[in-house]
Write a protein that binds this ligand. Structure first.
Ligand code: NAP
Length: 273
């Protein structure tokens, strides 16, 4: 089983559900995830596992053309020259000649170089080093600036999104620009989200787990989740969400879980380099 594909605003297509790789360093896990049906692998220079992701891709019998590889530009490479230098280094570690999606990891508004950085990302796309380019953690006003300056909207905006932090305004802003919203920390890592009784009750009606309810919710509100699990039983079931559908009442109950609180950094102030 593989995830269905979703259309991006640049004519490309991306798996609707992918494999988050943060903190995984064993190439064999990536081989197993691909074997389980995952086709999208989400890494970043900052995760320091691009080499292991590349080893997993090389060891898998699934061909490179069937896979969708995302990596991300680190904060210390903002500017006009950084993206080329960093993507070249990422491709070397991954052992690939292109990635399918290259994202600016954080906007770093205090540094205020993300527009210049975006121009360089577009050039990398035009050269084919990245098939699609996008951003991560960009707020509505950051997106407006990119589009006003370049006329090119990111294909994807990867943001924190889970039932505790549902991002309605951000999703609407992404949608206005035709940007696909991709959900990081989709299962609410480090919180009690998956213990919520409402999720167990909804899951019992459909014969699925709380995690499967949450991941299906993402896809039904138009977001593309990238759950991380290093546990084969869990990562197999996380992908198995396309044979049931949440009804409007289920969706409303999940919506009721909103607390409005982030787990990760606030893009207005968060800095990592
Ligand atoms: P997450 O996917 O919400 O949660 C991961 C945690 O949930 C792990 O501890 C995992 O445990 C557990 N888990 C997974 N499936 C489960 C299941 N079916 N039942 C119970 N527990 C389950 O959090 P995340 O890793 O923070 O986010 C996912 C991915 O998003 C990352 O790996 C990364 O690729 C990306 N990300 C991007 C950004 C960004 O700034 N762009 C920031 C954070 C994350 P086990 O591994 O032990 O199974």
């Amino acid at each position: 089983m593989t995830a269905p594909l979703t259309d991006l605003n640049d004519g490309c297509r991306m798996p609707l559900l992918g494999f988050g790789t943060y903190s995984i360093h064993d190439p064999e896990i990536f081989v197993q995830a691909i074997d389980a049906g995952y086709r999208l692998l989400d890494t970043a220079t900052r995760y320091e596992n691009e080499q292991e992701v590349g080893q997993g891709i090389a060891a898998s019998p699934v061909s490179r053309e069937e896979l969708f590889v995302t990596t991300k530009l680190p904060g210390d490479a903002h500017g006009s020259a950084g993206p080329r230098r960093e993507l070249t280094a990422s491709l070397g570690r991954l052992g690939l000649d292109h990635v399918d999606l290259y994202l600016i990891h954080w906007p770093l508004p205090r540094i205020d170089r993300y527009v210049e950085t975006w121009q360089a990302m577009i050039a990398l796309r035009d050269e084919g080093l990245a098939t699609s380019v996008g951003v991560s953690n960009f707020l509505p006003d950051h997106l407006d600036r990119l589009v006003a300056a370049t006329g090119v909207a990111p294909a994807v905006n990867q943001v924190e999104l889970h039932p505790y932090f549902q991002q309605a305004e951000q999703r609407a802003a992404d949608q206005r620009h035709g940007i696909t919203t991709q959900s990081w920390t989709p299962l609410g890592r480090k919180t009690d989200l998956l213990d919520q009784p409402a999720l167990a009750e909804i899951g019992a009606r459909h014969g699925v787990t709380a995690a499967q309810v949450v991941l299906r919710w993402h896809t039904q509100i138009g977001a593309a989740p990238i759950p991380k699990s290093a546990t084969p039983e869990r990562f197999r079931s996380n992908l198995d969400i396309f044979s049931f559908e949440l009804d409007p009442e289920d969706l409303a109950r999940v919506a009721d879980l909103e607390t409005g609180e982030r787990i990760g950094g606030d893009p207005r102030t968060h800095e990592e380099f």
